[in-house]
Write a protein that binds this ligand. Structure first.
Ligand SMILES: Nc1ncnc2c1ncn2[C@@H]1O[C@H](COP(=O)(O)OP(=O)(O)OP(=O)(O)O)[C@@H](O)[C@H]1O
Ligand SMILES: O=P(O)(O)OC[C@H]1O[C@H](OP(=O)(O)OP(=O)(O)O)[C@H](O)[C@@H]1O
Length: 235
């Protein structure tokens, strides 16, 4: 019996993920050459490592083709239809911090909250002849926050896969929903976060795919214990 753990193969979470496993006494080594997407844990032949991108890890956890994975909570909540049913957050790992936020142009002086934005959205068509446009790649989180949590239905999502903060100035959208960590990109684009506009405070997590075959699998508990202890030690 083996278990598979998916770790980021590139990007901002790659090195920190490897460091957590190292601290947990589960040092990762590559298999084959530098460009190989498989690895293993030194001294633990029953653990396989799959190196994937952060969003692929969310997908593979969802379809159960890996047992554990490290990725951002935002990618789980955005990418999975029923995240709490498909995955368990085993540990928050203390890196990869980023907030998914609603931000509007700073010059919208009267708009500081979602309620204010709801008023703007309600009047938008009569004033401008179209719906309020929101640039984002976070479709699901935006719909949950606007429609389910704040009862705002009159808006249109404009898909943005990059440079989202530039969309209002470019006339592609009125406001944005995007990730921020230092806040400098929002500032540089003259955008402000609404007082109740933080949709999710995300960070890197160790996640377990909820699979029936995990019940009674003796390989799982020691991995979880080691990672949780390593994270607690680091705090
Ligand atoms: N400043 C930031 N900007 C964007 N994402 C950030 C930031 N800080 C942390 N993250 C987190 O990093 C994760 C995305 O990582 P990264 O951008 O490295 O992925 P990626 O390698 O581009 O993956 P993919 O190719 O699958 O999109 C998300 O969970 C996100 O919340
Ligand atoms: O609050 P800040 O610290 O300014 O960070 C936020 C920005 O960082 C990310 O972009 P990045 O340039 O990393 O490119 P990416 O979206 O392609 O990852 C993200 O998409 C934001 O635009």
């Amino acid at each position: 019996m083996t278990i598979t753990i998916a770790l980021p193969s590139k990007g901002r979470m790659k090195d920190d993920s490897a460091a957590v496993f190292e601290r947990a006494g589960l040092p990762i080594v590559g298999v084959g050459n530098e460009r190989s997407y498989r690895g293993r844990v030194e001294g633990a032949d029953d653990i396989e490592i799959a190196f994937l991108s952060a969003s692929e890890i969310a997908r593979e956890l969802n379809n159960g083709s890996v047992d554990f994975g490290v990725t951002g909570e935002d990618l789980i909540r955005e990418g999975l239809a029923d995240p709490d049913r498909s995955v368990e957050i085993v540990a928050r790992l203390g890196f990869g911090h980023a907030d998914v936020v609603v931000a509007v142009p700073e010059i919208w002086l009267d708009v500081d909250s979602m309620a204010d934005l709801g008023d703007v959205a309600a009047d938008f068509r009569s004033r401008h002849g179209r719906r309020l446009q929101i640039a984002t790649k976070y479709w699901r989180l935006t719909q949950q926050h606007f429609s389910s949590q704040h009862g705002i239905q009159l808006y249109r999502i404009v898909e943005s896969l990059g440079a989202t903060e530039g969309a209002p100035a470019a006339g592609q959208a009125d406001i944005i929903v995007d990730i921020t960590s230092t806040g400098s990109t929002l500032k540089a684009n003259n955008l402000k976060i609404l007082s109740d506009g933080v949709i999710l405070k995300s960070q890197a997590c160790l996640l377990r795919a909820r699979k029936a075959e995990h019940d009674g699998n003796p390989l799982l508990a020691p991995v979880v214990k080691r990672i949780v202890e390593a994270v607690q030690k680091a705090v």
